[in-house]
Design a binder for this molecule. Sequence first.
Ligand code: DGJ
Length: 752
Amino acid sequence: MIQKCKHILLSLLVCLLYPIALVAAPLKQQEQIIPIETNDIGLYLYVNKKGEVYQQHFGKRIKDKENVLRISKITSFPAIIGRQAYSTFGTGNVNEVALQAKHADGNLTSVLVYENHSSRELSANITETTLTLKDSYYPFYVTLKYKAYQKENVLDCSVSIWHEESAPVVLQANASNYLFINAQQYWFTHFYGAATSEMKIIEEKLNNGIKTIESKKGVRASQTEHPSFIVSLNQPAQEESGEVIMGSLAWNNNYQLRFQVDNHNNLHILSGMNDFMSDYYLKPHTRFETPSLILTYSDSGKGQAGRNIHHWARNYGIRDGNTIRPVVLNSWEGVYFSCDEENILAMIDDAASLGAEVFVLDDGWFGNTYDRNWAQGSLGDWQVNREKFPRGLQPLIDRAHQQGIKFGLWVEPEMVNPKSELADNHPEWLVTGKNREILLGRNQLILDMTNPEVANFVYQSVAKQLTDYPNIAYIKWDANRHMMNFGSNYLDDNEQSNFWYDYAKALQGVYSRLALDFPKVIFQACASGGGRSDYGTLQYHHEFWASDNTDPRSRIFINWGYSHLFPANAIASHVSHSPNHQTGNITPIKFRFDVSMSQRLGIELQPNKLTEKELDWTKKAVAAYKNFREVVQFGDLYRLISPYENDRAALMYVDEAQDKAILFVYVLEYHYGSQYALIKMTGLDPNKKYKLKEILPIITEPDKFGLGGGKEKLAFRGNGQVFTGDFLMNHGIEITHRYTNESAVIEIQAIK
Ligand code: DGJ
């Protein structure tokens, strides 16, 4: 009884404090459609007379909005509940919902109605539409934000939440986007893997129930399960045909993508931060900004959907996306932790003579009190190791400049080894579970970025190197463990679950400060390989290290996965030693280069261990790559033969003018039989004539194949000949290489 009275009193108090709260949304709204459109695609929201907002259509753009307005009258909609623009519990919807909030008075339900909307042009290419919904009772607001990129056919969808209630509202679920789809069948592709086997493609049919893809690893969102998806309607996803929805969450922390097929066979897609231990205590008048979902639709298959995202990424999603990425030589697989002035100076000389444009000094260069000859100590102590580099880094940078190349440096600034001066001095900065055993990963812990002092230290760790050595041109930012438990000395005890969001926002803040203060420095995102290959990270980085597995046989698959979401200039792909250090596979140098050249080429080995022949090949391959890299890095990607279903793989890039293309073919298994299937090209102009030239063909060993040594073994018998685009796309060419680990690169140049 006392409880009940208390409740009534509280409600009265809330009413007195918030008279506006009692005024529900206008009783009668004007019915309207809110179109969110690009050149070819559209998402249409519908406001009914009660102010409820629903999704009418997502897919190809529909010209006549009046037709869209009538959807609710000509289908079983809105009888089927769960089609809200932003779904909540408490409206009759019993499917997965976008928002769960515990209001200041303990009410767990939310009912959102139309408040206002507006649309403005951010540029000739970007239209931003915001739609604000308000709880029908509480002063609690949700703004759905959509940036529509016209040319790229991409939507950036995010949500902003705030309130004026009397105490914090606890956000228990807060999706970035909720999509309602209605089709006969749903085929779902996601990308799964592990460190050294990232981005394996899995496609499965969605049946009734909920499929969840998520990460709870905190600082590494994309290592095992990538925050991206493809949903193909009515059939498995095809490269160049069929309806496909593709999305990628721009977030480098815990996330959750949920796909629910309900009892009416509708698909509900919810993308956003993970609800896991993440109740967010949102204070009044503070904004909670969800990450963006980058979303596209194509009726020409996943190839076109990917190209939409690639275009968007180069123009908006990655830093300086329309600039050529240089060829990098990284020291890691060459010397690992055993770097010193002598061997690094020699490596810089070698890097330059091979044609590399940036030399990157990887792990092992820092720390004086504790040992850094393996990953056991010194993380956090960002001072140059005096024994290895008695004169500091300047002589290395000077040497790089004398050789005409740039110098880059590896850092891992959010991390700390217990054996470090930093951990000795600031035990309160470490993320650990209170009263729990410390759980180490690679002998290290994570710094508590929710603490602004710590975030500033992280910023300074990098800024100091870039200020002490203003000629450092490239930073590789690593993160070699994930969260296994958590606990912050900075956050209040009852707000510990704010940790994930606050950490991610603080890290973004540091990234963005560095990008502003050091705009010319190239940043590479790395987290034990591809753990930070997400668009949340990439808006502050130029590229990502795709995997610690540098075996070209593995990389064909890993890069194939990445190519669905990322343009080639963002994917760092390095040629390393054979036998490969991760897999032990032995592969020819041509094969290794041909694989890496289909992305952002780099080198990751000790040049002084290469034979003369390998050195010679390396120089030629780097030079050849520089000639055609513009097509790879800026061109349109067409995946022609998937390694998943075949004993070889083929892909090509075509420039915007359809004047230049480059074809890569890789033989994965020995092909038994006399003839390979023809490779039909895509993306060329059928009316243009193209000359085909094989780049760096194999040079035969003496007497092998009965050809005598030192001769070119061509993969295409029509090398040097001219063909029409029509012929190349509709008949195709035969590539005759059939031995395991053979490969071919063919340049396709339009001629007058
Ligand atoms: C993991 C990265 O993925 C490697 O490339 C290398 O930088 C090591 N960390 C260094 O510790």
